[in-house]
Design a protein around this ligand. Structure first.
Ligand SMILES: C[S@@+](CC[C@H](N)C(=O)[O-])C[C@H]1O[C@@H](n2cnc3c(N)ncnc32)[C@H](O)[C@@H]1O
Length: 289
C-alpha cells in the first residue's frame, strides 16, 4: 500500500464552525447543536452509567434515542423532522471542501482522462458517485475543478434529502439507501465523505459490501475521513469521536482500525492520501481484490 500526503495546511476541521460565516448558517448550526445534538449530549452521562461505561455500538441504542425518546435510529428520526434534517444538510453544505482532491493523483489522472470522453462514448457510464452526498455540495466542487465531467456525476442520499432538491446541472440526483443494492453499477469512483464515522463497524461493512458488488476491476472507493494516529490525536478529532458515539454509535478511526475494517470487507487498501497533516483528514482508496 502506498502512502501519500502532499498537502500540509491548517485549514478547517470537518466539524469546526470556522466556515459558518453568515447568520442563516449560524441559525442552522445552532439548531443542529441544540435541538438535534443537545438532547443526546444531556442524556450521555446517565446512558453511560446505565450501560456500564461501555463503547456505544448499536445505532438504535445510543444517547440520541434516550434524549429524543425514540426507538428510531438517528437518521431515520431526523428524516421525519424536516427542520432538523434541513439543519444537518445546511451545516454539511456550509462546511464543504475541495481540499481532498489536492494531490490525489489517482483521481486527477482519471478525471482528466474521463473528461476527454463524452457521455455517449464513456470509458465508464459514470465517473463519480457521491454516496450519502447530502445536498450535492461536493459534486459541485468536483465539477468546478473538472468541468468536462458535466453529466458524469451522481448525487445519492436518502429520499428526504434529495427529492425536493432543485435540478443540478451536470449531476444526476437519485434517492439511494446505501444499505440497499447500489443502483449505479461500474462507476469509476464511489466517494463517501463523513459517512463511515456515522456508523459502527458492522454497518460500515454492509455499506462497503453493497459498493463492492457494484464495482468492476478499475472502480475505486474513496473514503474521505480522518485517519488518526494511536496517540496525540487533535482535540477536534477527539470531540468528533465522542459526538459520533453519542449521536450515532459511530466513531473516528485510527489507522489500525481502518486497516482492520478494510481487511474484513475483502477490499484492498490501495492508498491513504493524507491531505491535511495537522488534522489527519485523508482519502482512503479501496479497490476490489
Ligand atoms: C454527516 S452527513 C455527510 C454528508 C456529505 N457526505 C458531506 O460530507 O457533507 C451524512 C449523510 O448521510 C446520509 N445518510 C444517512 N443514512 C443514509 C442511508 N441509509 N443511505 C443514504 N444516505 C444516508 C444523510 O442524509 C447525510 O446526508
Amino acid at each position: 500500500m502506498e502512502e501519500v500526503g502532499k498537502e500540509e495546511n491548517s485549514s478547517h476541521f470537518p466539524f469546526s464552525t470556522t466556515q459558518i460565516t453568515n447568520l442563516t448558517d449560524t441559525f442552522f448550526l445552532s439548531s443542529l447543536r441544540f435541538d438535534c445534538c443537545g438532547p443526546a449530549f444531556q442524556s450521555f452521562p446517565s446512558f453511560l452509567a446505565e450501560t456500564g461505561y461501555q463503547d456505544v455500538t448499536d445505532s438504535a441504542k445510543t444517547p440520541f434515542q434516550k434524549g429524543h425518546n425514540t426507538d428510531l435510529p438517528s437518521f431515520q428520526y431526523l428524516a421525519q423532522r424536516p427542520e432538523l434534517f434541513n439543519a444537518l444538510q445546511t451545516v454539511m453544505t456550509a462546511i464543504q471542501s475541495a481540499d481532498w482532491m489536492t494531490g490525489l493523483d489517482i483521481f486527477d489522472r482519471s478525471a482528466r482522462a474521463a473528461g476527454t470522453t463524452t457521455p455517449q462514448t464513456p470509458i465508464k457510464p459514470f465517473f463519480f458517485v457521491d454516496v450519502g452526498g447530502g445536498h450535492g455540495h461536493q459534486c459541485r466542487r468536483v465539477l468546478e475543478k473538472y468541468p468536462a465531467l458535466h453529466g458524469r456525476l451522481v448525487l445519492q442520499d436518502l429520499p428526504e434529502a434529495v427529492e425536493k432538491l432543485a435540478p443540478m446541472d451536470g449531476v444526476k440526483v437519485m434517492a439511494q439507501d446505501f444499505f440497499q443494492k447500489q443502483a449505479v453499477q461500474d462507476a469509476q469512483f464511489y466517494y463517501l465523505r463523513r459517512i463511515m464515522h456515522d456508523w459502527p463497524d458492522a454497518s460500515c461493512l454492509k455499506i462497503l459490501a453493497n459498493l463492492s458488488a457494484a464495482m468492476t476491476g478499475d472502480s475505486r472507493i474513496l473514503i474521505d475521513e480522518v485517519v488518526l494516529p494511536d496517540v496525540n490525536v487533535p482535540w477536534q478529532a477527539a470531540m468528533t469521536d465522542v459526538s459520533m458515539a453519542c449521536q450515532l454509535a459511530g466513531k473516528e478511526r485510527t489507522r489500525a482500525q481502518w486497516e482492520s475494517l478494510v481487511q474484513q470487507s475483502g477490499l484492498r487498501l490501495v492508498q491513504i492520501h493524507t491531505y491535511n497533516r495537522l488534522l489527519y483528514t485523508s482519502v482512503i482508496v479501496l479497490e476490489k481484490q
